[in-house]
Design a protein around this ligand. Structure first.
Ligand code: SUG
Length: 447
């Protein structure tokens, strides 16, 4: 049966802000406390979704989470009305307060890991919402994310949902940012490629010294077990700890794969030769392209600042591939020159399409961070919620919705404004109706 890669992009939320919350993520730290523009952020994201839809690709949208997260603040002992909870938290524990305000759910590459039905033993599409254990502001995402995924992919004949892995450093899981799949056509059984930052139970292995490794080997293994993958077609690889220490906090900051292509930096993996052998053995006889970018042409520093590898690698209707890259790739001379030569080389990658996603980039989120790939066959596609799939009408409707509800500037102080909470809840409540996803938010369940 024919199958498609559907990209589900996260909508930038109404309280999108820069709070410097992610140690190890260069952009997040360097833009801390700058004012953001949630409206522009949401529109940049919508433009990218619409453009991919117009290219003939299947495109979906995932709603943002509610922030500030008053429910977490209550769990941490702040009491009173919602207004009092916000005010007390802001005054008494400002760092905890801003952590509960992050719009980080927009980076849906981290929402979950998905294995298509062609790869799983029971022939269902498997989902595990990521626990995002390494960063407090992200560790509070999983419960609502899981509810949203269950609501969109609700038919249990086709879709299986697993609990996020247990919280704590040992099973730190950052979802599809560290997971890629190779296949000939999307409907074939594929090779699932898991990249992790460290071994949690065995400290004899190398590990980063400066910044945290967010994904553990043991977490990746657990996902592969839960998703009932064929171990002959599952490859695990360790990220190079030295690049984690240079700001490569997820593998998707230094590598991206699609079908029979792995596009990666020379320094991405601890043992590149082994990675190539393992992928080749699992993939089999068919042609496979290892597109390695040498340090001499693009330094790790340029890769991190331009987010070259946080591009989406997509297959167009004619079978060739395009790189969906952030605007920053054009501003970096090394990267720009590399891309010009890449599209002329002998690989399936034939086009570069540049998108302005600056609002997201300033927090370390490029085009690939903004999307979760879900491979669905024709039947599975008809059984998921159709209202979340991009169309000209949905694009119009969501732009109007953003215009109606979003502010065009957001600073730390705005986050304590009780009117913002009311505005956000009104917006999100309306969004759940537009997308027909039901009452997925805590404020809708415990009004
Ligand atoms: O987890 N930034 C996110 C960026 C996630 C990017 N995702 C992928 N690479 N797939 C993170 O570090 C920053 C929030 C702040 O500083 O306000 C933040 O959470």
């Amino acid at each position: 049966m024919k199958a498609f890669e559907v990209n589900f992009d996260g909508l930038v939320g109404p309280t999108h802000n820069y709070a410097g919350l992610s140690i190890g993520n260069v952009a997040s730290l360097s833009n801390a406390a700058q004012a953001s523009n949630p409206r522009e952020g949401a529109k940049q994201g919508l433009q990218k979704m619409k453009a991919l839809h117009d290219l003939g690709l299947k495109q979906g949208v995932l709603p943002p989470l509610e922030r500030p997260d008053v429910f977490t603040l209550r769990q941490l002992g702040f009491t009173g009305s919602d207004e009092q909870v916000l005010k007390r938290a802001y005054q008494e524990a400002p760092q905890v307060f801003v952590a509960t305000c992050s719009a980080s759910s927009m980076w849906t590459a981290n929402a979950c890991t998905v294995s298509p039905s062609a790869d799983t033993q029971d022939r269902r599409v498997h989902f595990t919402a990521a626990n995002l254990a390494n960063k407090f502001h992200r560790s509070i995402e999983a419960p609502t994310t899981a509810r949203i995924l269950q609501s969109i992919f609700s038919n249990q004949d086709y879709f299986a949902h697993h609990q996020p892995l247990p919280l704590g450093d040992h099973f730190g899981d950052e979802g599809a940012a560290n997971h890629t799949r190779f296949c000939q056509t999307y409907g074939d059984a594929g090779v699932e490629f898991f990249v992790f930052g460290k071994y949690a139970f065995d400290n004899r292995h190398p590990a980063p010294q400066v910044f945290p490794a967010r994904q553990t080997f043991e977490a990746s293994q657990a996902i592969a077990r839960l998703h009932r993958l064929d171990h002959h077609k599952t490859v695990f690889a360790q990220q190079n700890p030295e690049v984690i220490d240079q700001g490569v906090f997820h593998n998707d900051v230094i590598a991206v794969g699609n079908q029979n292509v792995l596009f990666y930096h020379e320094q991405a993996f601890l043992d590149t030769a082994q990675v190539k052998r393992d992928i080749s053995a699992a993939y089999g006889e068919h042609p496979f392209y290892f597109v390695e970018v040498p340090t001499a042409e693009v330094s790790v520093k340029s890769a991190v600042s331009s987010y070259l590898f946080n591009s989406q690698l997509v297959t167009l209707e004619d079978g060739s591939m395009a790189i969906i890259a952030p605007g920053e790739c054009e501003e970096n001379a090394e990267v720009k020159a590399y891309l010009a030569q890449l599209v002329a080389a002998d690989t399936p990658i034939k086009q570069v399409k540049i998108f302005d996603v600056k609002q997201s980039m300033k927090n370390g989120g490029g085009p690939a961070c903004l999307r979760q790939r879900v491979v669905l066959n024709e039947q599975e596609l008809t059984h998921c919620n159709q209202q979340v799939l991009m169309s000209d009408q949905l694009f119009e409707r969501l732009n109007t919705w953003v215009d109606k509800h979003y502010r065009d500037t957001m600073s730390e102080q705005d986050l304590v404004d009780p009117n913002l909470l009311v505005e956000s809840r009104t917006a999100l409540d309306e969004l759940t109706q537009i997308l027909e996803i039901g009452s997925v938010y805590p404020f809708q369940q415990n009004p």
